[in-house]
Ligand binder design. Structure first.
Ligand SMILES: [Zn+2]
Ligand SMILES: [Zn+2]
Length: 138
């Protein structure tokens, strides 16, 4: 991942926000309670980026200051979480799930596992899996 010069693009669910990323530095899963609430998901995968390598190419994100100096940028229309920005850090994080081609990055580690939900520790390993919708009961 380090030194990757690939340009990646992504956007929110409704398409009003579009962004472009240069040089992904790393990718990881976050299990903290803040990411859980911000996303509504059991855990949230992120790419870490130098702040100057993240550009919004259409739309203006809404901003929520979740703690002093910590902002989360999201689509004010459809709600997709996009950027986590801690002012005192050089890097910002962008949600992998909003990339156009999320499989181009691979998380290499998990953080805040001390807060991880049981269901997210093994991602439901052993549960039945269906390619699409769950077939209706016979
Ligand atoms: Zn949107
Ligand atoms: Zn988090």
């Amino acid at each position: 991942m380090a030194g990757d010069t690939t340009t990646l693009e992504g956007g929110c669910l409704c398409g009003r926000l579009r962004y472009r990323l240069e040089r992904v530095k790393s990718a990881y899963w976050c299990h903290c309670t803040m990411c859980r609430r911000a996303s509504g998901s059991a855990a949230l995968p992120w790419v870490s980026m130098a702040r100057e390598d993240v550009a919004f190419i259409s739309g203006e994100p809404a901003i929520f200051e979740s703690s002093p100096g910590v902002t989360r940028r999201f689509c004010g229309h459809c709600g997709s979480p996009i950027v986590f920005d801690m002012a005192r850090e050089a890097d910002v994080d962008v949600t992998i799930g909003t990339l156009d081609d999320p499989d181009r990055v691979s998380p290499t580690h998990h953080i805040w596992v001390s807060s991880a939900l049981h269901m997210a520790r093994d991602l439901g390993e052993g549960l039945p899996r269906y390619d699409g919708e769950r077939p209706s009961d016979p």
